[in-house]
Write a protein of this length. Structure first.
Lengths: 749, 245
């Protein structure tokens, strides 16, 4: 292989010619070494584990494998990613394959659905949860898969997402042994374990298309891995600020950008605002003008986060964390890619997420709070992931990654651990009780496993079993089985195991079996008074809902809430400390949702600003909390039906209200397209309480409602009138406005 | 850049002229001042208004178009004393910031692209009278209890306002040289108008103001008047009722 005379790529024997077409389409004239090394294995249809640094062209390896198989055999490919944001990013890239006649679909979201429509596509990009849910629904086209790609496969090591990824890969290995599996991973010490587990060829390389210079930042200088020390050009007294100014203001081409990783959101925000004060005054007029456009684009947000973001951006800095609204996050990402924003302060989630490289990466915080160690150092694997974001291909000749030492002693320590050191080994996290409970139930419920032998056979095929002796979890598995049997998820008959209707439904709802036990208990209880709070509290008590941290000063208020609402509780108040804390947290979450749907102290739907103030949550958090609550309430309703609970209707109503964030009185309005919770409230307060009122109101009256312009007023009205009654011109009068005999000005010109 | 300051009563008078026609309007502002043209949704009445920049205490404006909810604006300066200074400017979020002595309000703008450009019909009206708005108001008040429309009938030396329904009837006679001055007279004319519309317009004109009233035969009427210490100029047009025969 190698470059052809005219600058094309030579494909190995057996590889489909369309791969070349795609490479040409992407303008790729030569392959990176790890890509070259991978191609023969792809052509032979072997499984592959690719362990290379970020930006070394991993995705292209996967794409080539997909094109090769999908085009040739008319079969399908599944591309599994850990996060939604990544799914969208991959989808955008893969969509270009449409030109080769390959149809690509994106699938995430609703877990209780088999998405039959996906059958029509050749490539499906999905999050691992969605892939698991598709497996649980025994979606038919899964057996047509000829390529399965797992991106960021080192996340097998992740307590939260690891077990799901592990289970789906194991399942595919059993179901579809002929499908080619391509696993992409960051560099880890024991990559051979992953390859060994999957029977895959291992491609390992430290190749990077853009050179990476790593070092420790201390005082006014940087010590790099080659032993050199370079003084920074800026001197504000704060080394991190200096290192940012150094690359942003004093690089030769004037195009340097920095990405700074800090541990908490608050830190990210504060650092960005502070940086903007230092940086803003040193930017050129043109830069400032380009930033003003970004600030304008951020719009009139009332939230604290929105205000701080605008403040920071006006001075060339920004922050990026999960509390941002989607809209703001995207704007920030684009503005950073366009080099308008010069420095971005991000929480570590960014390193695992979207592709947003910068010339210089600074890891400011390398310690974090963990349960048993409030000063736990961040794993090398994670720091390397952050480091890997340095250097923009095509723009930068070198990427620079620095980790910040706060004192002299730390310099050597950091150098040794993070610059010279190797990334840790990764371990299966499937051996935990909650993970086993969830996945063992789904194995039975979906009939992938029908008895204890088959269960053990499945367990023996997992990464866990590859790394451990299975006897280590024998007791755990037995405990899970008795838990599932006791709670009537499964029926055990000798060796044969069968899921009950309850068990099957729960597996498809994609909730933790323990959540289902709690919901069932709530649904079968007989409270003195059934209220919205009753339902919300029970839903929030399930382990699928992220706990809200209860501060000491909030204790009293929450206890008061509990005692004044004792008649409404569907669950017993637990006595054990851990459970009790969890109970308090569930009450807090319920109060949050009550505020959201207008049943809180305010008596009206709380806006973002109020929620932020009361609960310390950003717009992005509100969205994710509401989404999880919606999913659990949906599950609760489904279970209510299964058990013929008289609460079904009430749960349904609460679910709908939580989905939209409204009081009951707005339900009629919310059905109208273009009317969200805010507009519905304004219309309602203006006396327009439902579709009938919209029908009988003139466009002028509708548009006199604050926040509803003429264009929207017309759209809303037409939506209600339906196609027959459509008003085309916005200035055309409503029929009742002109009495008989009344002329119009237009009649006289 | 949009930053203006004027007495509360100046703003009040401008907005009060507009609100009888439309709740939201498109304002075209430039160095010379403000221009606003609006038509009611039924296209029965129209306002064409200009306000000179000299009507403001401070006027710092680059040419632009703004969509404003004048009803809200009027409401927002309600509490201000007449001679109190009010500033209005745009902030970075494209909101109108209204500040007066100890009160600040921020009001979002309306998308100006949503407004159509009303055409002013060219009318050649044979009659033009000068009078005080109070004279019309008198007839208006009484006729409201009688009917829902009002007829103007103008001959060479008098203007008669009538309103009738069933057996009730009102006639109010205004005499040339006494209640009004004749500016122009081509031929006798008669037109009827919706009382509802007309009384709205008269609210916009205000009490005790010198106006010019143009009339035609079954034709729209035109009211021309100045406001804001003669720095504001307004024209109202109102389409007539045409009696079906």
């Amino acid at each position: 292989m190698g470059m052809k005379g005219e600058g094309g790529v030579d494909l190995p024997e057996g590889m489909d010619g369309r791969v070349k077409e795609a490479l040409d389409m992407w303008g790729i004239k030569s392959l990176y070494p790890p890509q070259k090394d991978s191609f023969p294995a792809i052509a032979e249809g072997k499984n592959l584990v690719v362990c290379v640094p970020t930006a070394a062209g991993k995705s292209l390896i996967a794409y080539s494998a997909i094109i090769n198989k999908v085009v040739k055999k008319g079969k399908k490919a599944l591309y599994i990613v850990p996060l939604r944001a990544l799914a969208s990013e991959k989808f955008e890239e893969l969509k270009q394959l449409n030109r080769l006649g390959i149809k690509v679909a994106l699938s995430y979201g609703d877990f209780d659905d088999d998405d039959r429509y996906l059958e029509r596509f050749d490539v499906v990009v999905a999050t691992s949860e969605k892939a698991d849910s598709l497996l649980r629904h025994r979606t038919r086209w899964l057996s047509d898969l000829s390529v399965i790609v797992a991106d960021e496969v080192h996340l097998l090591n992740d307590k939260g997402r690891g077990p799901t990824l592990e289970v789906i890969l194991t399942r595919f290995k059993q179901l579809n042994p002929k499908a080619q599996m391509i696993c992409l991973s960051a560099t880890v010490k024991n990559s051979a374990d992953i390859a060994g587990w999957l029977g895959a060829e291992l491609i390992e390389s430290d190749f990077r298309p853009v050179k990476l210079s790593e070092g420790v930042l201390y005082g006014g200088s940087v010590r790099t891995s080659d032993g050199k020390e370079r003084a920074l050009t800026a001197d504000t007294g704060d080394p991190v600020t200096d290192a940012v100014l150094d690359v942003v203001l004093h690089s030769d081409d004037g195009k340097g950008q920095a990405l700074v990783f800090v541990y908490t959101r608050r830190n990210a925000e504060a650092a960005a605002v502070n940086m903007s004060k230092v940086l803003g005054s040193r930017l050129s007029g043109a830069d400032t003008a380009r930033l003003t456009e970004v600030v304008d684009g951020l719009g009139g947000s009332d939230s604290r986060i929105g205000k701080r973001l605008k403040q920071a951006v006006s001075g060339g800095a920004a922050f990026h964390h999960a509390g941002l609204s989607n809209e703001h996050r995207k704007l920030i990402e684009v503005a950073f890619k366009e080099r308008r924003i010069k420095v971005l302060f991000a929480t570590p989630t960014l390193a695992a997420g979207i592709n947003l490289p910068a010339r210089r990466v600074i890891v400011r915080d390398w310690k974090r709070f963990e349960q048993f160690n409030p000063q736990a150092p961040i794993p090398v694997l994670e720091v390397k992931q952050m480091f890997g974001r340095a250097g923009r291909p095509r723009f930068d000749t070198e990427g620079q990654s620095y980790i910040y030492a706060r004192n002299e002693e730390e310099v050597d320590l950091l150098m040794e651990r993070y610059i010279w050191g190797e990334a840790e080994e990764i371990y299966s996290k499937l051996g935990s009780f909650p993970a086993l409970r969830m996945h063992i139930l789904s194995s039975f419920a979906t009939n992938y496993v029908r008895d204890m032998d088959e269960l053990w056979e499945f367990i023996r095929s997992t990464f866990f079993a590859y790394q451990n002796d299975t006897w280590k979890i024998t007791t755990d598995v037995e405990d899970v089985i008795s838990f599932l049997e006791e709670e009537e998820f499964i029926k055990v008959d000798g060796d044969k195991v069968e899921a009950t209707d309850f068990g099957k439904r729960v597996a498809r709802l994609y909730i933790d079996p323990l959540s289902a036990v709690i919901l069932r208990k709530a649904l079968l209880s007989e409270p003195k008074k059934l209220t919205t709070f009753s339902i919300l509290q029970a839903a929030c008590y399930t382990p699928d809902i992220h706990k809200m941290f209860v501060r000491r000063k909030e204790y009293e208020k929450i206890l008061e809430e509990i005692y004044s609402r004792e008649d409404e509780l569907l669950m017993d108040i637990p006595t054990e400390k851990a459970d009790y804390d969890f109970f308090l947290a569930s009450v807090k979450s319920a109060i949050f949702l009550l505020e959201w749907i207008g049943d809180g102290e305010l008596g009206m739907e709380a806006n973002e600003e109020r929620l932020e103030k009361l609960f310390n949550v950003g717009p992005g958090d509100i969205r994710s909390k509401v989404e999880t609550a919606k999913w659990i309430l949906y599950s609760m309703r489904e279970l209510a039906r299964l058990f013929n609970s008289p609460m079904a209707k009430a749960v349904d109503l609460v679910a709908l209200r939580v989905e939209h964030g409204i009081k009951r009185e707005l339900l009629e309005l919310i059905g109208v397209k273009g009317v969200g919770r805010v507009r519905a409230r304004r219309l309602f307060d203006a006396g327009i309480k439902g579709p009938d009122d919209i029908r009988s109101s003139t466009v002028q009256r509708l548009s006199s409602v604050h926040g509803i312009g003429r264009v929207l007023a017309l759209a809303i009205k037409n939506e209600v009138l339906g196609p027959e009654g459509e008003i085309l011109e916005e200035d055309e009068p409503g029929e009742e406005e002109v009495g008989t005999g009344q002329s119009r000005l237009g009649d006289f010109s | 850049m949009f930053n203006v300051e004027a007495k509360a009563e100046t703003f009040r008078s401008v907005f009060s002229v507009l609100t009888p026609i439309a709740g939201e309007i498109k304002l075209a502002a430039d160095d010379n001042g403000w221009k606003i043209r609006a038509v009611d949704p039924a296209h029965v009445a129209m306002v064409d208004l200009e306000l000179e920049s000299s009507a403001f205490e401070k006027y710092d404006v680059e040419p632009m178009e703004l969509g404003l909810n004048v009803e809200r604006l009027l409401e927002s300066i309600k509490s201000a004393r007449g001679d109190e200074l009010v500033t209005m400017k745009l902030d970075d979020d494209n909101r109108l910031v209204i500040s007066m002595s100890n009160l600040t309000l921020k009001i979002p703008l309306v998308d100006p692209s949503g407004f159509s450009e009303p055409k002013v019909p060219s009318l050649n009206l044979p009659i033009n009278l000068k009078l005080n708005s109070a004279e019309l108001q008198k007839g208006l008040k009484i006729s409201a209890s009688i009917s829902d429309y009002l007829t103007f009938e103008c001959s060479e030396d008098k203007l008669i306002m009538t309103s009738s329904e069933d057996l009730s009837m009102m006639t109010l006679e205004l005499k040339k040289g006494q209640e009004y001055e004749l500016v122009e007279f081509e031929k006798p004319s008669k037109s009827s108008f919706s009382l509802d519309y007309f009384s709205h317009l008269m609210k916009g004109v205000g009490a005790n103001r010198d106006i010019q009233l143009h009339l035609g035969n079954s034709y729209p009427l035109k009211l021309v008047f100045d406001f804001a210490e003669e720095k504001g100029h307004a024209i109202y047009l109102l389409a007539p009722r045409i009696e079906s025969s």
